[in-house]
Structure formats: C-alpha cells, structure tokens
Design a protein around this ligand. Structure first.
Ligand code: TRP
Length: 329
C-alpha cells in the first residue's frame, strides 16, 4: 500500500526557536518515516500581513530552510519547497474563490482575532480575508490526507474540508478531504514565562551559540514562590523543569524534581545543568548548520529539486481540476 500524504507549511520568519523545534519540526521529522511528506515555506502567507516589509522575506526563507535541514528534515525523504515558486497554488486559490461563500471566510476565528491583535497595520484587505483559502489550495493541490498543525490552525483545515466537499459536490470527486494531525507536544515557554515568540524577544534560537544559551537559560523565570535558596520549589510550575523534561535524561529529570522539592538544589545550579544539556543537544545541529552556511549552493539545490517535485504534483492536479470544471480548453 502506498503511503498517505502529509503536508504542512510554515511562514518564513527567519531563525527558528526551540518552541518551533519541539512544537513542529521534531514532529515533522518523525512523520517523514511513515508518510509521503511535503513541507514548504509559506512566503505568500507572510505577505498577507508583511506586505509593507517584503525585503526580509527572502533571507527569512533561507534561514528557515537551514534550520529545517539542520534539525533533520531530509530532502531525500521529504519534498521541501517554497510556495511562491509553484504558481499553481495561485491558480487553484483563484478557482476556489469562485465557490467560496464570503461568510465562510469571515467566520474563521483567526480573521477577527488577528485584525484586533495586529493593530499596527491595516488587515482589512482582500488577501488577508482570503488567507485560509490560499491555505486550502496549498493543502489540496497535493491531495494531502493529513496536515500536522497546532491547535490554532485547526479551523483552517476544517475550512479546507468544507471547501473540498463543496468542490467535489459541484464538479465531481477530485480531492480527498484533509484532516488535521494534532500531536501532543511539550509546551516550552520563553525565558520570561510568556509564549516563546520572536516578537517578545524571549526566545532561545536553534542557532544560538553555547554562550547565548547559557546566558538566556540563566535569565529564565522559575517557580515564583521559590525566593530564597532554602525555599522548597515546585517543578510542576517551573519552566526550567519543563525544559529539563525535553532536554535532560530521565535520571536527571527525576533527580532535579526530588532535589528541587526539598531545596537540595538551587535554581542557579539547576539552570547550569539545563543549559549544558541544551548545548549538547544542539551541538550536532550546529555542526550541520555550519556545513550549510559554508556551502550556500546546497540550500538552493535542495529547494530547486523540491520545487520541481512539488510542481510536478501540483500541475497534474490542476489538469484534473480544469477537466472537472470543463475549463480545459
Ligand atoms: N497558516 C500557517 C501558519 O501561519 C502556515 C500555512 C500556510 C500552512 N499554508 C499551510 C500550514 C498549509 C499547513 C498547511 O502557521
């Protein structure tokens, strides 16, 4: 039996952080073993909100790709590509827009939320409203079965299912309805205890040097009730402990948990241990990073090859779409 297809995209936001790594990339890396995977840089999606600052997008794609490759996304196992280089996404987006009721787009939760949140730019644009429809085109043009996404993106995949159903009903069956693939992932907060995010300046980056990692881990918030060295701590509410659970051995996790509760280890010492474990974890990744940085042509080659493979699939689907819609004249 042939493998099911997985597809996911990420906006090119430059260097990726440990939240991206545990939240998405580690999962994508594992999916490569069991699925036929397509992963892409969603650069047109970046334009929906960053249309005023487009000059950073190209470099952001590059940095993101270097991180993808360094953490183990493999150009042999997966198709790695850039959205805007496959013009068929735009054609399908346009055709789907003809059958998409406005109300379906207006009720997508991220539409109103982001308009309220990102008040420093005008998001009352056609492109921003249509963003989840472009996402639908991204997914179904590859006939993906599973879409690994975070919980915030599930309504977008649901919309894709509804559009798929409507298309198949009007023009005949072309697309399998895609399903979100939600995986339990550990939740790592930024060093200030808020969601880890580039815009909060609280992120630990995959590319951070050992010294930067030691500095940042040293600044991390711990159990707020543990003020003095002799106060017993509660690892369950400590972000440093959450990181230990990802980056330290089972034995260390157990030891830290016991020692923290009886104040046998202080936060400073605890963080030093954690920092070294993160540094060790990232060391082979940094090694691969250096390889890609020294050989910039390699990333171009990977993308050239990935785009070719993606384009072959997308253009075949578009032939089917035009035939089903009787516009293949
Ligand atoms: N909207 C996604 C995000 O902002 C990125 C994305 C674009 C995507 N197209 C996609 C994710 C298709 C999954 C499938 O994170």
């Amino acid at each position: 039996m042939s493998k099911q297809r997985v597809l996911s995209g990420m906006r090119p936001s430059g260097k990726l952080h440990l939240g991206n790594l545990v939240g998405a990339l580690e999962n994508w890396k594992n999916l490569q073993e069991d699925y036929d995977c397509f992963f892409f840089a969603a650069d047109w999606h970046a334009l929906t909100t960053e249309y005023n600052g487009t000059e950073i997008i190209q470099e952001s794609i590059r940095e993101m790709m270097i991180d993808w490759l360094s953490v183990g996304l493999s150009p042999e196992k997966s198709v790695l590509f850039v959205q805007s280089r496959i013009k068929e996404h735009a054609e399908l987006h346009l055709l789907l827009s003809m059958i998409t009721p406005l109300s379906w787009l207006e009720r997508v939760p991220s539409y109103k939320e982001q308009q309220q949140e990102l008040t420093n730019r005008d998001l009352s644009t056609y492109g921003f409203l249509g963003y989840p429809l472009l996402q639908t085109a991204d997914i179904i043009i590859y006939k993906a079965h599973k879409v690994p996404v975070g919980i915030d993106q599930v309504p977008h995949v649901e919309l894709s299912r509804e559009i798929t159903r409507r298309f198949n009903f009007i023009y005949g069956p072309v697309f399998p309805p895609p399903e979100p693939l939600l995986t339990e992932v550990p939740r790592l907060l930024g060093i200030d205890g808020r969601k880890m995010s580039k815009s909060y300046e609280n992120a630990i980056y995959i590319a951070d040097s050992p010294q930067e990692i030691r500095n940042k881990v040293g600044q991390m918030f711990t159990d707020p009730n543990r003020i003095k060295r002799n106060d017993p701590g509660n690892p369950d509410i400590c972000n440093v402990f959450a990181f230990h659970q990802v980056y330290s051995s089972a034995a260390t996790v157990e030891q830290v948990q016991v020692d923290c509760r009886r104040a046998a280890i202080g936060c400073v010492e605890d963080k030093k241990m954690l920092a070294e474990n993160i540094v060790a974890y990232l060391s082979p990744i940094h090694e691969k990073r250096r390889g890609y940085l020294q050989n910039p042509g390699l990333v171009n080659e990977v993308l050239e090859n990935g785009c070719q493979r993606a384009r072959a699939v997308a253009s075949r689907t578009m032939e089917e779409v035009r035939a089903a819609m009787k516009i293949n004249y």
